[in-house]
Ligand binder design. Sequence first.
Ligand code: ZN
Length: 420
Amino acid sequence: MFSNKHWTSARAGRHRRAMGLLLVLFGIIASPSAVLAGQIGAVEITESEITLRFDGLVAGASSFMLAGPDRIALDIAGAEVGRSPQGMGLVRAVRQGQPSADTARVVLDLVRPAIVADARFAADGRSMSFRLQPVSASEFERASRSPRARLHPPAGFRAKPPEKRYSVTVPIGKPRPAVALPRIEGPGNARLPLVVIDAGHGGHDPGAISPHSGRHEKDITLSLARAIRDDLLSSGRVRVALTRADDRYLVLEERFGIARRLKADLFISVHADAAENQAASGASVYTLSEVASDREAARLAARENKANIINGVDLGAHSGDVSSILLDLTQRETMNVASDFARLLQREASDTVKFRTNAHRFASFVVLKAPDTPSVLFETGFISNKDDGAFLASADGQKKVARGVRDAVQIHFARQIAAR
Ligand code: ZN
């Protein structure tokens, strides 16, 4: 499919990934920012060629295609997103996202089907170019089912992986046994909708830490989850389960796994953000998307997805390759329901909870990846902000958050029943 010899075969890529899965590195003493070597400085589009320029060295690139609408996605390992130009020629639009902390994704929305051809890095590794070769719709469809094609910068001009001070390798043992399912609370009527509330973080993952009070996000999210549960139960119209009712650690897959195993109708993961800028305040609601709505959403997703990594060990199911999880069509309906709920939550809760402008955002959050459970991540505010932090830590503030969620949940299910 690719006319260029520089792209290594997908088989070799798979082999390397499989080898990678056998090894888990302990205690990688490197700040995450050290992993990022280059930023995408520019994406240049001419009639004949597309060029990505990098501010520094990157580790490699891979490409894959998505049909209906037709898109080309390029993942640049060891890079951060930069600015996107206007589309031109075969490219309708260019978008960028950060599917994981060390990978930038450039998505080209195509005017008509085309594949990547003649891809190569410049001799100094600082840019990568390719042509778009128009193909038929059926050829594109076939290409979209193929594995990624990979491309590496010339040896000597590749970003190095972060330095490790020490490492221990251990074989990954048996898969983690499934966590015990939590109790479903509320009326014993199994026909009533079930809402799973997920208190973010927990155990040895504190989440964000307030610079003012020293409070941990994991404690605030647990209090909020309990308040939301109590308010929902008092309505008598829904059943509720908490992914955790105490201070314990769960990987992200276990959180949405609980919702799936319980066949939940709605999954709400509760968080409280922190930002370097202490003036940042207000709540937002995130839903799942392949490409983040903005740079900040991408960064937040990268940070939240790190909850799976404790002491350098990725405890999640898919070894950090978050970027490879693409959303299939069966997920679209679930995502639409989640988006409807996100809008409703903002509308219903904004009387009592302060929201940010553009409060509904999108990014690639692992915890939202249940294909069959509409899921939202509710960032209830910034604990790095004095007012937000005090509000979220107070019983009164928690009740206000809970009331907003309850109102949105009730309208949501009333609409769902009416639509049937
Ligand atoms: Zn969080």
